[in-house]
Write a protein that binds this ligand. Sequence first.
Ligand code: SF4
Length: 345
Amino acid sequence: MQLNNKTSNAAVTKKESTENRDNNAGNTNIMVEVRNLKQYFPVGGGIFNRKLVKAVDDISFHIERGETLGLVGESGCGKTTTGRSLLRLYEPTEGKIIYNGRDITHVKMFPYRRKMQIVFQDPYASLNPRMTVGDIVGEPIDIHRLASGKKERNDKIINLLEVVGLNSEHANRFPHEFSGGQRQRIGIARALAVDPDFVVCDEPISALDVSIQAQIINMFERLQEERSLTYLFIAHDLAVVHHISDRIGVMYLGKLVELAPSHELNFHPVHPYTKSLISAIPCADPEVCRRQKRIILEGDVPSPINPPSGCRFRTRCPLAVKRCAAEEPPFREVSSGHFAACHLI
Ligand code: SF4
């Protein structure tokens, strides 16, 4: 994959960040903050059989202006739920979501939809097959009344298509006439149509061919610089997240287990789960590969309906001790700007 070197000023800002989640009051550089977010979903029929899937269970973090915070973890760890809860596409079970210093946990979201957008994972399912590309991109412009007439609307649509590498001829076509990468570009143009400042990128390249992934990642980086965007970038590929992110959070079974600046997390991970994820990244240099020890985790991820007591990772952790079953490790700052939840750190 050919990727751009990231040079945004935002990167500097982010890497300087050492703010603890509880020390953020008054920090005007924070765009989005999540405090003790819980997102439980009821499953099972009837009142007596009802169980709760604890998709996200008491996590806190913040994202600074111009920053890209990567969120990684296996399928079902709660990263997508976190992104969607943050945009209030799900109503949080507990906790607070703060955007630009305002608690938006229980407010009407319409005014905020303009500023908080999402690019979905599946470019095939996220576009209405009956609408032309022009109408797909134009719909948010109409909803938020951002054009005073037909000409302004059309000009905006064409400009957005050009921004994402398409052109005016594409406006009258339908989604099925495009490749996966082009469809994702349409999804990005739709998200940009309302001129947002915060975008949740929910596994935006997972469904694309490897050859296209680098183009889309480079485009995300260019758009961030041009439009001063702030991203929550969700993915399961740690190598990609490492490239695009300023800081990275690692989730396991609904919990945030480690959060650190991207370079720090990649080269000095402290949590056993993060170490296993990093050891699984393929390396290009045979010398490095020989030195690198692969950590293979035993077993499957437990059910979020009935997670293990204490540390949720203990059933797969090669370092687990007795205390891990009895006590949940606190998520604490282990070095400047580096947070982790493990009794042994
Ligand atoms: Fe492993 Fe225990 Fe640390 Fe959890 S708290 S990661 S089980 S050593």
